[in-house]
Design a protein around this ligand. Structure first.
Ligand code: PLP
Length: 391
């Protein structure tokens, strides 16, 4: 075999953080011990039946066996328009303000590539969803990470950006509800964001992957609900978490028409089209009753309470996440995120995501996901209690 050296750009991509966590779990399975995996963000419940039924019917349609239109089918673009109007009171032009793709991963790695030139800065946060670093690498851009402090409810403060970075900043990437911290954006924060972006002519992406997951009656805000947002911002939505459709791969971006136009062109070259039957099923999910999404939110909220109440009961002073299906837990004194994760792995047979994987600011935290049953989460609490770490 001839060994072919990957391109410089490919070499610069680090091993996907979640791939590493998978390897950790594979290692644990080899020992034959019963491990609890609280590290991943893969929804554990099935897609609602009416959506599955709509896919089955759509597969039978010969029209869906051919190439679909490059910019997506009209029915799904109209369904997205209706959904944003109904859920957020946001009006969209179905032709010029919507792009569809295979899951939001494509949007959050692709949109930066149509906005950034080599050497530009992409503003991200620390901690953040690690794929944003991959987006910057693919765009040959530099990153500047705005710290997210618990004292500021894990919202960034734009005053910390150095002048020379701001001059070369060509994209601000946000993610609220936030993975990994579970934080929600406020109206005031989004207003400040749009004012800041307009002042500096800076495009903004809000990765809205956890759009449906705001607990205690706090419905997450769309950035597009902010005045003038469409002049600078796009929002990336996915069906993966709202409807347990992670395997189906369907997402979309809405907002600023110039960004959508540039991305749509890129998408036709890089990814071509999305299977028509998946588009039909996506339209069904968005247009049907949202009861299934509300029920799912209730399930995650109960799981969150089992975990957080349980951990507090055993003496671990943890914060309760207001959104997403993650709990972002400060590690006990004397540990960092890796040593504490390793302790849980070795002594409690629990796999968690060490916060360092999301940025340096994450090194005092671990991330536990709620994509496990209440029983499993209660068992994890019991195992942690048995370590006698807390008084
Ligand atoms: C913040 C965030 N954005 C995007 C994604 C990707 O979602 P998908 O590609 O399934 O739409 C995830 C998945 O976990 C995520 O946590």
């Amino acid at each position: 075999m001839v060994y072919f050296q990957p391109s410089e750009r490919a070499q610069k991509l680090s091993v996907n953080f979640f791939d590493r966590l998978d390897n950790k779990l594979a290692e644990s399975e080899q020992t034959g011990l019963p491990f609890i995996n609280l590290s991943k963000g893969n929804p554990d419940l099935p897609t609602p039946e009416h959506i599955v039924a709509s896919l089955k019917a759509a597969v039978d349609q010969p029209k869906n066996h051919a190439y679909p239109p490059f910019l997506g089918k009209e029915n799904v673009r109209l369904a997205i328009t209706e959904f944003y109007k109904k859920e957020y009171g946001v009006l969209l032009d179905p032709i010029n303000e919507i792009a569809i793709f295979h899951g939001s991963h494509i949007g959050i790695t692709g949109i930066p590539q149509v906005l950034l030139n080599p050497g530009d800065y992409m503003l991200i946060t620390d901690p953040c969803y690690p794929i944003y670093y991959s987006s910057a690498t693919l765009s040959q851009a530099k990153t500047f990470a705005l710290p997210l402090e618990e004292s500021n409810r894990f919202l960034p403060d734009y005053r910390c950006i150095p002048g020379d970075v701001l001059k070369k900043a060509r994209l601000l990437m946000l993610n609220y509800p936030n993975n990994p911290t579970g934080a929600l954006a406020t109206k005031d924060f989004f207003r400040k964001t749009i004012d800041f972006a307009r002042e500096h002519r800076l495009p903004v992406i809000n990765d809205f992957a956890y759009a449906s997951l705001g607990f205690d009656q706090n419905k997450p805000l769309s950035i597009l609900q902010t005045k003038h947002a469409k002049s600078v911002a796009v929002e990336v939505y996915t069906l993966s978490k709202t409807y347990n459709m992670a395997g189906w791969r369907f997402g979309f971006a809405v907002g600023n028409a110039s960004i959508i136009k540039a991305f749509n062109k890129f998408h036709t070259h890089a990814y071509s089209t999305v299977f028509g039957a998946v588009q039909d099923a996506a339209a069904c999910a968005l247009q049907s009753s949202q009861k299934c999404a509300i029920n799912l939110l209730r399930i995650y909220q109960r799981r969150r309470d089992v975990l957080i109440d349980g951990l507090r009961r055993i003496g671990w002073k943890v914060a309760s996440p207001p959104g997403t299906f993650f709990a972002w837990l400060r590690v006990p004194a004397g540990y960092d995120s890796q040593s504490f994760s390793e302790l849980l792995f070795q002594k409690a047979h629990i796999v968690v995501a060490p916060g360092i994987g999301f940025g340096e600011k994450g090194d005092s935290f671990i991330r536990i996901s709620l994509v496990n049953s209440e029983e499993v989460l209660a068992e994890a609490v019991k195992r942690i209690e048995a370590l006698h770490l807390f008084k």
